[in-house]
Design a protein around this ligand. Sequence first.
Ligand SMILES: [Zn+2]
Length: 366
Amino acid sequence: MQMNPSLTGLRCIRCASLWPPGDYPEGCPNCLAARHPATLECRYGPSPRDGAIPLPVLAPVTLGEGATPMLAAEELARSEGVGQLWLKCESANPTGSHKDRMAAQLVSRARLAGASRVAAASSGNAGVSLAAYCAAAGLQADIAITRNCPPLQREAMERFGARLSIFEDSLGRWPYVADLCRNHGAFAGTNYLNPPVGTHPYGVEGYKPIAQEILDVCGVPTDIVVPTARGDLLWGIFLGWQHLLQSGRVARLPRLHAVEPYARLSRALATGDARGQWEGATDQYSIAGGTCTLQALEALFRSGGAPVEVSDPDAVRARQRLEHMGLGTELSSAAALAAVPRLRRAGVLDAESTVVLMLTSDGRRG
Ligand SMILES: [Zn+2]
């Protein structure tokens, strides 16, 4: 396990300032001082000859994450009136969600940086994943959860040896995690700012290989639909495609669309400012919350994609359709399927479209 020597630095996605390699869990220091949290984007020297997508940590701690199945859903494609429909099944990852890709890079970096503990705010997939990867790496996980954390998730975190702190509401967790990270030497496993920034850039990089895996199966799709809260997955997939484009492996980017349970990104897009608070109630647990991030806006803007609101009843119907095909998903993953007819009606998708749905988790623990 070592840092990638071709990682040359990081660049702010908002002000374009450059920073040396290191840990920036609060994003760009300049933009933070201006009260405008902004993600930093990793920069690498020349690509290795094997063409592999570069990641910050080489030979990271692993539980076998990545290389998840991609299923062709021909009947769904016909009934939705699109050319091809593919299901990227991230529930095949070791703890049952896409978060394992991020945890492998993030926890490995924490160990290389000399940290003995990782602190995170999560009542869901990220908390379970970080707990497992910390166990694999020999680090302590401190997870701040809410009182309504699903029992299966909570038990999984405890079995992996995480220390849990319980809070009344979601926002109450962030100051606690901030204190652990700023004053007690913990490595940040999730955002703790409000307004939020993306998770540690080295962690988000772990999502980039998804672009290569999709390319290997179906070429460059026209559209990828991603359930989105703070936009780590959306942005990480974008970074993967951006690398493929810049290294000449593909000639264009797919459009990335963000599925959300109520209007956050669509309102933020209207003003260009991601810092609002847009509360709403939803059972789509993994993409809930009243905030969004600049990185999510940038992924939509740079790829030409759109935000899509999906109601809980529509997500429930979509989940039933997937279950009738033998696929179990959590509600926020099924929302990706529910977004397809909306995009079709809006004229974004048509009979020529090749669409990939990110099925982020199967809900075994949710
Ligand atoms: Zn900046």
